[in-house]
Design a protein around this ligand. Sequence first.
Ligand code: MLT
Length: 387
Amino acid sequence: MQINNYLNRLEGNYLFTEIVNRTQAYQAEHPEAEVLRLGVGDITLPLPAVITDAMHRAVDDLSHAETFRGYGPELGYEWLRRKIIDHDYAPRGIRFTLDEVFISDGAGSDLGNLSELFAPGGRVAILDPSYPAYIDTSRMAGREIVYLPCTRENGFVPAVPDEPVDIIYLCFPNNPTGTMLTREQLRPWVDYALRHKAIIIYDAAYEGFIDNPELPHSIYEVQGADRCAIEVRSYSKTAGFTAVRCGYTVVPRATGLNAMWKRRQCTKFNGASYISQRGAEAVYTPEGQAAIRANLSHYKATARLLREGLQALGYEVFGGEHAPYIWCRVPEGYTSWSYFDYLLHEARIVCTPGAGFGESGEGYVRFSAFSARENCEKALKRLKNLA
Ligand code: MLT
């Protein structure tokens, strides 16, 4: 048997697994400690009742012969795909047909699975730092990675590669730096992809955090992107679906990849659950919209609180404006992992070490605003006491 040695050669644990392991080890030694979790971007507010009510009704549907359903369509139910087209894209002047939208069991799965559309090997451009799944997925497929540094010096705005690549992962609002690009700043990426016949995989998981109406919520707001970009979206960070698992991916026909992705999904994916799709459908009702706006406002307020609080304590911080993440420089003398350990042991605060997102993340830690206001206030107090 020949194993996939690329997978075997991945170093250490997945970043967020390592953080959980270190936190659990600390908690096991200090069971009485109140640990404040500002590490992984997992939502903390409960799902709005309008969504759970819809899911309860869906469970009831499945328990009666007249409304029972078996396997759903592999691409997702039409009633949800129609809502996505009409609500998430049409108001921005973007037109898709039903068969260009694929309901998923979350953005994370598709961001990895999309790699199967492309031949093994090849070159992939990835922002450095970036969400670690892009790197791991590319390594698993034996791809050569071209890292695009996002540093304080370039304002965390990457430059398009100066060499040909096949695939480009972009994520805006950015995880982990919180950077957001304007339409004009996205244009060169689309031009590059069209020129080099590359594909952009655009991770828009955090678009719900964009406050400025001038900023693009979708790569398709840039003309020509429908020929070179796949967009991946999530209900996790916008509607609190981290445990529910539902998202969607747009693969425009003009990319030439739509039929392939459909074929792949029909073979390997039996569709997202009926219950989670009914929950996602409820997001688009007026009550659903009001409820998720309220939750997003809460997280935006905790992001502001953390950002301003850290600044007041003398930290150099970035992000936290159109994103739930605050990218924070660690004090002199620390690496991002040593500062992570220091905060865990001395302040009982969990953050995410910047180096876990890539080499250019060294010297930073990321704080997540997916937390209660009270926790963020406590964290800031503890940081003040450390000073
Ligand atoms: C993060 O903390 O970067 C994300 O929440 C992790 C994820 O979405 O998988």
